[in-house]
Design a protein around this ligand. Structure first.
Ligand SMILES: [Zn+2]
Ligand SMILES: [Zn+2]
Length: 308
């Protein structure tokens, strides 16, 4: 099952000519989940040929302008296409007021359901077949949430030799066992899937964290993520500013990644003060703590394969 992450923007505070505002889109088996939606998000969606119509949920970290001003534009696209499924918008308190005021004042004609869900703590906020998305409260200058998508355990590896040894003939019975059902042999003996399948394997986990100061429970929340996208707004020389403004430095993001034992860390939400070249210095600082760190770049596409 395919899972890919599209980086729609990497900037914090304000968009730059080469850097849109922080927003990422996760595509899992054709279903799209948008995380944050700054001004101009729809331009990046278009550049990557992603169809907004397929977006099931918009997860909002918080209601600062650099994370939500793209939402009215995305909703307005509705007049261009037919859509049957509801669009879920999940975020901290006041997201409902923001969405409703935008719809009312901008006189939007929207021909499908918009379901807004306000969340303030750690809870399961959305689930579908084979996955669940959870929220976690961060510590910023206003209510802010991290999100994590975690897949269910996958079936173990089928062992053809074990099947042979138990007298299960190759064919439809193999697929029945692989899909988790019991089969009955001609002899009347029943074979259970666990007799021919290895132990269940973990699915994938993706986490999105932006606009927060250090929160003690955060490493546990993002633990074992295959990919953690985390704010690394400032370099270490500005750690005091970061603490004051309730943001993370690249090094703090790396410390979270190391403590949580994640697979890869992608930094995001860069301060507009840094040029592309200066960002390399931030990455360098972070890599000393957590080597599997990279700078997320606008329009980058990242594949998330199953772990080995
Ligand atoms: Zn921000
Ligand atoms: Zn903010």
């Amino acid at each position: 099952m395919n899972m890919e992450l599209f980086i729609l923007g990497t900037g914090g505070m304000m968009p730059l000519p080469s850097r849109s505002l922080t927003s990422v889109l996760l595509r899992r088996e054709g279903e799209l989940f948008l995380f944050d939606c700054g001004e101009g998000t729809q331009v990046s969606l278009r550049r990557l040929a992603l169809r907004w119509k397929k977006i099931s949920v918009i997860f909002v970290s918080h209601t600062h302008a650099d994370h939500v001003t793209g939402i009215p534009g995305i909703l307005m696209l509705s007049s261009q296409v037919e859509r049957d499924e509801p669009l879920y918008i999940i975020g901290p308190p006041r997201i409902r007021e923001y969405v409703e005021a935008s719809r009312r004042i901008l006189d939007m004609y929207i021909n499908y359901d918009i379901v807004v869900k306000e969340v303030s703590g750690q809870e399961s906020v959305f689930e579908g077949e084979g996955y669940r998305i959870r929220s976690y409260p961060l510590s910023h200058t206003k209510p802010c949430l991290a999100y994590s998508l975690e897949e269910d355990l996958r079936p173990g590896v089928f062992d053809p030799e074990a099947a042979h040894a138990l007298g299960v003939p190759r064919g439809p019975m193999w697929s029945t066992l692989q899909s988790g059902s019991v089969v009955r042999l001609d002899s009347g003996i029943e074979i259970r899937p666990e007799q021919v399948m290895g132990p269940r394997r973990p699915g994938r986990k993706f986490s999105f964290v932006t606009d927060t100061t250090w929160v003690p429970g955060l490493p546990e929340f993002v633990r074992d993520s295959d990919l953690l996208i985390c704010e690394g707004m400032f370099g270490e020389e500005l750690v005091e500013d970061a603490v004051d403004k309730k943001h993370l430095t690249a090094v703090q993001a790396a410390q979270i990644a190391r403590q949580a034992d994640v697979g890869r860390l992608g930094l995001i939400h860069y301060s507009p003060r840094y040029t592309e070249r200066e960002l390399k210095r931030l990455a360098h600082q972070a890599k000393r703590i957590f080597p599997a760190t990279f700078l997320a770049r606008d329009l980058q596409v990242i594949d998330l394969p199953y772990p080995e």
